[in-house]
Design a protein around this ligand. Structure first.
Ligand SMILES: Cc1cc2nc3c(=O)[nH]c(=O)nc-3n(C[C@H](O)[C@H](O)[C@H](O)COP(=O)(O)O)c2cc1C
Length: 359
């Protein structure tokens, strides 16, 4: 039932990548309005197996595969994405004010590489527009834990970034199961400099203080770039550990261009998808080794099948996220990965994902 995508994909791929994505979101929104359609979607796509269940930072996940930030920037499609079988949904990046982002075109398909390059620059309707939707989601309850990804506004000077993150945290905390602090998008000028320990330690310290005051049980995650040197990554992890951060999301898109074949390879922006796999997996492995079990890790970067998912789990990820894989493989990807993981569990006689990942 989930195999219609090979027929639909060539039609979507005739459109500009961002337009195709907007149509997909509109379709999900239309489905969400009808409980009957939502049930049909769930029947088609969702896949349950007790062995896929996992608990991370006190949160219960029905499976390890979630939707990465940027897919549903304005938190408009959470019930639809949940019906597709997502184990969690991370919405955003949300900024304090509405912003348009960079000029279009700003998302490019690299079809020969199963990759995308985007330089969106956080277009979003702003936190104030998202709050009623977030409140409604919390009131209605949802099967998949909800992460809210927050970022500095484009026009906020870097030295005032702390104020943006603080304001956002205070506004969204009642509606989130976890917060992702995005300091790693390559498309907001200067944002990645917040990853240096000189900038990060005070930022995380201030956010932890707010958390203790307002939402002591809410896990904070830091989302990192795959382009940090091992020494820079260690510094970042030291700052995270010193400030009681619950986990790291590894990784965002890369500014590197590893052996690409597609004509759009030279486009400016962040590269995601299959070519990002090795760098993001290496980052996960490094974080797990450096932090032991003190940090949870959400792994993202080119996951497009069960084997790629297992590779990241084996490198040390507790949870996983996909974005670009959905563009190339379609909405059945979540089910395909979960089915594949269950097959591997059965073949190898493992009782849990942790056992499977440990090999
Ligand atoms: C078009 C696009 C927009 C994105 N927007 C965001 C964003 O707003 N915030 C964020 O933290 N990550 C964003 N990302 C990064 C993804 O969340 C993810 O970390 C990255 O794409 C790697 O996963 P993938 O290879 O499965 O796509 C975006 C990625 C893409 C492709």
């Amino acid at each position: 039932m989930t195999s219609f995508y090979p027929a639909l994909r060539p039609l979507l791929f005739q459109l500009d990548a961002e337009t195709a994505h907007a149509i997909t979101l509109q379709a999900l929104r239309a489905v969400q309005h009808s409980p009957a359609l939502l049930r049909i979607l769930t029947r088609m796509f969702a896949f349950e197996d007790a062995r896929l269940r996992t608990e991370v930072c006190g949160l219960r996940f029905r499976n390890p595969i979630g939707i990465a930030a940027g897919y549903d920037k304005n938190a408009a499609c959470v019930p639809g994405l949940s019906a597709l079988g997502a184990g969690h949904v991370e919405v955003g990046t949300l900024t304090p004010l509405a912003q348009r982002g960079n000029a279009r075109p700003r998302v490019f398909r690299l079809a020969q590489d199963a990759a995308l390059i985007n330089r969106l620059g956080f277009p979003n309707a702003g936190i104030v527009a998202a709050l009623p939707r977030l409140a409604a989601l919390r009131a209605r309850g949802h099967a998949a834990p909800l992460g809210i990804n927050i970022g500095k506004g484009r026009d906020t000077p870097l030295e005032l970034a702390l104020e943006d993150y603080s304001t956002l945290l205070q506004q969204v905390h009642p509606f989130a199961d976890y917060i992702a602090i995005n300091i790693s998008s390559p498309n907001t000028p200067g944002l990645r400099t917040l990853q240096s320990s000189a900038a990060l330690a005070p930022l995380l310290g201030a956010l932890q203080q707010l958390r203790r005051q307002h939402c002591p049980r809410l896990p904070l995650f830091v989302k990192i770039a795959p382009d940090l040197s091992p020494a820079q990554l260690d510094e970042l992890l030291d700052a995270a550990l010193a400030n009681d951060i619950a986990g790291v999301i590894a990784t965002n898109t890369t500014t590197a261009r590893p052996n690409l074949r597609s004509p759009a390879a030279g486009a400016e922006g962040g590269l995601s998808g299959v070519p990002l796999q090795p760098a993001s997996t290496a980052a996960i492995r490094h974080i797990r080794k450096y932090s032991g079990n003190q940090l949870a890790i959400i792994g993202a970067g080119g996951i497009d099948c069960a084997a790629a998912a297992l590779e990241k789990l084996s490198a040390g990820a507790n949870l996983l996220q996909v974005y670009t894989g959905l563009v190339y493989q379609g909405p059945g990807l979540l089910q395909a990965i979960n089915r594949g993981l269950v097959q591997m569990l059965a073949q190898r006689g493992a009782r849990s994902l942790a056992e499977l990942a440990a090999g």
